[in-house]
Ligand binder design. Sequence first.
Ligand SMILES: Cc1cc2nc3c(=O)[nH]c(=O)nc-3n(C[C@H](O)[C@H](O)[C@H](O)COP(=O)(O)OP(=O)(O)OC[C@H]3O[C@@H](n4cnc5c(N)ncnc54)[C@H](O)[C@@H]3O)c2cc1C
Length: 423
Amino acid sequence: MRIAIIGFGAAAIGIMERLKESQQEIHVFEKSADIYSSSISGIRADGKLFVSSEMGGDITIDTALQRKLVDYYINFTEKKNVETGTSFGSSRFYKVFYDRGFLPVTSEFFHIGTDQLKEVLFNIYTHLSGVKNIHFHFNSTVSSIKIEKEGVLLNGTEHFDMAVVTVGRSGHKLINRLIEDYPYLVKNNTKVDLGIRFELPNHIVEELNHEMYEFKVKYKSRTGYMVRTFCNNPSGFVVTENYDDFTTVNGHAKLHEKSSNTNFAILASLILTEPFNDPIGYGSNIAKLSNLLAGEGKVILQTYSHFKESKRTKNLYRVSPTLAADKFILGDINLAYPRRIIESIIDFIENLNTVIPGVANNDNLVYAPEIKFYSNRLNNLANPFIKFAGDCSGATRSIIYATAHGYMMGEAILNNNFSTLES
Ligand SMILES: Cc1cc2nc3c(=O)[nH]c(=O)nc-3n(C[C@H](O)[C@H](O)[C@H](O)COP(=O)(O)OP(=O)(O)OC[C@H]3O[C@@H](n4cnc5c(N)ncnc54)[C@H](O)[C@@H]3O)c2cc1C
């Protein structure tokens, strides 16, 4: 069988690993010019790997498979040197957080770091491109897939027996087009996470960072929204992320270069109901409104006390931002965000302060917009010739889950049974 894999990211790696010794002829189409060219993806920045049954996606993935894939990535580092730890494994913090109404999320983590990720990706590429049934095509954007009677047609020219779409979040144009042409491929999604990036001096969260590096907690705020921490970066850096028509904030950490601040996201999850059906449009418009206030390509930065009081920040005090000065404007996030989101975040921070005193200091930093989109959930049982793996399928949102989903896709192709991908 001739199979096209669209996109060379985490999910594609999983598929190829499972199919590399099979009889399938695999062609990988990647829009970037080479493996180094950046697309927005955690497989090219940061590289925190998690083993958890509580986060990473909306499917069940066996922890033994998750561990196997973590080892797979670590084996491609030259020094086999990664930071590692557990989140709430045997930590005394579990009980402290629990007692204050938080739901601690347990996981093991392994941090490769942006600098080391490049060599990992290069080594994986070298390994896979040496396999005789795998063929890479860079500089190859797939902009259309037509489903035919016996297979698919890519870009109106090339026929394959099957296409597995693994374009991640950056491939939303192709996904939107497919959904438009074949609406039966979609299961509806109405969820979006809206929030902020919070930055504070390392010493405030030192004990927590020391104990578990990545602390993840959820909390049902008094507004009724579930709020959670996401992507904690001890000694890390805040960065902006440029999408086609708006800019958001994010954070990362490096293995060698360290800052004196810790940053993490605080996100409120909105699940809206009918007739609402456009969570991406809703989140994008809030991002655009924030950018309108901050100036094109910039995000808003505010001190925590001003965020609470809805006053524009004009000066900072003790905490120096790690985001470059030309990437933000001091302002008031309240002018762009709905009140219910702001109240949920404030409630979360005030409660967190009862566990970690100093978190609610007046001069800690709040950046916006930070938004996490959930892709539409796509149906792998709807058509025999087109399949979806990784983040673009809506089933995953982490490197390990996406790689595992890809691996399971490989398995499903071999067994011609795709029902395991829908659990
Ligand atoms: C800044 C950032 C940091 C992150 N950090 C982490 C982290 O530390 N840990 C973690 O677990 N997760 C992290 N994530 C999430 C993680 O990157 C994703 O969950 C994971 O990479 C998804 O894998 P994927 O294969 O579905 O997509 P991706 O890894 O995004 O790969 C998709 C590939 O498809 C290509 N592509 C897109 N459209 C087309 C097209 N039309 N034609 C051809 N090629 C196309 C893209 O160029 C890309 O190479 C992060 C995400 C971001 C944005």
